[in-house]
Design a binder for this molecule. Structure first.
Ligand SMILES: [Mn+2]
Length: 436
């Protein structure tokens, strides 16, 4: 949790963007069952965390513009008997004393209280249609007070607006405290990748590398991976969302690891590809060098004066030129780009916003086109090339090689700031890290 005044300032920023007669309602994330009655570890929704820091389940946040009690929290009440089983709760007193709420209610009273609190509100920022259970509670709360509101000559909300219009624009631009967290998450992530590189050798299983990565995250105070760790050896690197991580790694193969540490609810997102033997073979070097060249040129494009799409276009052009030179593709570069022929070996996007969510919020378009990059935005740059073992069109020496290189970039007024720069990336650095 950040300091209480950070959350107060964020709530004020949200309220400043609202008009009189508007309110915002955010519902917490649900618990999810893994199997039977065993639960996954709980993670609060990033929107709720952003404006409150409230980590516990069964939570709702109500922000009312121009109201004398602008900030209401619905939370799990204090319950000594339940707390023995599931842990300490701040309850309503903690919501007020430690989280800055003007008033707090038990979450179970949401349907009962919400309508009352929204009498006089014209428009509600609420993500309607995402959760039928929550929709029923919200609409049901209106039904309870419709007559009362009418008798008072007052309105109830008759329009829902996505909270993201305000909240996700704010979340897109990172403060110095957020940047410090992302940089620290990047440093821990670099150590985790280095540990895996040092551990890799013939016969070690992919899940052993996953374990050392996740251990390193936890050991340095992270809550764990911010998304499921990918460890793909050899041809498995060509499966983009490979998470079974259950194969032995073999001398001569490359290993692709896509893993990022989550720290205080902010996550890094880093991919490195390295040789099990500690030395790249000549064909591995050819492809790695091309992806690295593309990645460095893309990073250079993460600056004011470029759009989000410029970064991807840079990757596509550099990779396509390289693929023609290496005879992975045949033909005219412009035509191969025009017809998207490059997608045979480079089929995904190059970037996404990064922050509390690994694929963070914020619009990618502005006034009909791709969004211009601005200082404070953080995005990934992750070009790759994937040549499946079974691809008989590809030159034989490249078959079974999958490579991605990914870093997290802060856009500044000057040079792009690589938040994950501590992680080995050049051929020399990676080979040295593999030696341990
Ligand atoms: Mn990514």
């Amino acid at each position: 949790m950040l300091s209480a005044d950070v959350y107060a300032a964020r709530r004020q920023a949200v309220l400043d963007k609202m008009q009189d007669g508007q309110a915002m309602l955010l519902l917490g994330a649900h618990h999810h069952l893994r199997n039977g009655d065993a639960e996954y570890r709980y993670r609060q929704s990033s929107d709720v965390l952003y404006v409150t820091g409230w980590e516990d389940p069964e939570c709702a946040v109500l922000l009312r513009k121009g109201h004398k009690k602008p900030f209401t929290l619905f939370v799990q009440p204090k319950d000594p008997e339940r707390e023995v089983w599931t842990g300490r709760r701040a309850g309503e007193p903690g919501a007020i004393a430690d989280f800055g709420a003007d008033q707090a209610f038990p979450f179970a009273q949401l349907k009962l209280q919400l309508g009352e609190l929204l009498i006089g509100t014209r428009e509600l920022f609420y993500a309607a249609g995402l959760d039928a259970g929550y929709d029923t509670k919200v609409l049901g709360s209106f039904a309870k007070v419709r007559r009362k509101a009418r008798d008072q000559g007052q309105v109830l909300p008759d329009a829902f607006i996505s909270p993201g219009r305000i909240l996700h624009e704010l979340r897109l631009f990172k403060s110095s405290a957020e940047i410090a967290l992302l940089r620290r998450a990047g440093d821990i992530t670099a150590q985790a990748h280095h540990s895996a590189m040092a551990m890799a050798q013939d016969g070690v299983f992919e899940y052993e590398l996953e374990a050392v990565v996740d251990y390193t995250f936890r050991r340095h105070g992270g809550s764990g991976p911010g998304y499921t760790t990918i460890v793909g050896a050899g041809d498995n690197a060509n499966i983009l969302h490979y998470i079974v991580n259950n194969a032995p790694i073999r001398d001569g193969d490359l290993v692709l690891i896509d893993a990022g540490c989550e720290l205080n609810n902010y996550t890094a997102d880093v991919t490195r590809t390295f040789p099990v033997s500690g030395r790249f073979t000549a064909p591995q070097k050819e492809l790695y060098g091309l992806v690295l060249d593309a990645q460095l040129q893309c990073i250079a494009a993460c600056s004011v004066g470029h759009t989000f799409a410029d970064v991807h276009d840079t990757a596509v052009r550099v990779l396509t030129q390289g693929m023609v030179a290496l005879e992975l593709l045949k033909g005219d570069v412009d035509e191969l780009i025009e017809t998207k022929a490059y997608k045979k070996y480079y089929m995904h996007g190059t970037s996404h916003w990064l922050g509390m969510d690994v694929h963070d919020v914020g619009s990618y378009v502005a006034s009909g086109g791709s969004r211009p990059l601005e200082p404070g935005m953080v995005l990934t740059v992750e070009p790759g090339l994937y040549v499946p073992a079974a691809d008989s069109d590809a030159p034989e020496r490249f078959r079974g090689i999958g490579i991605r290189i990914e870093d997290d970039i802060l856009v500044t007024l000057g040079e792009p700031d690589v938040l994950t720069a501590a992680c080995a990336k050049s051929i020399e650095q990676v080979e040295a890290a593999c030696q341990g």
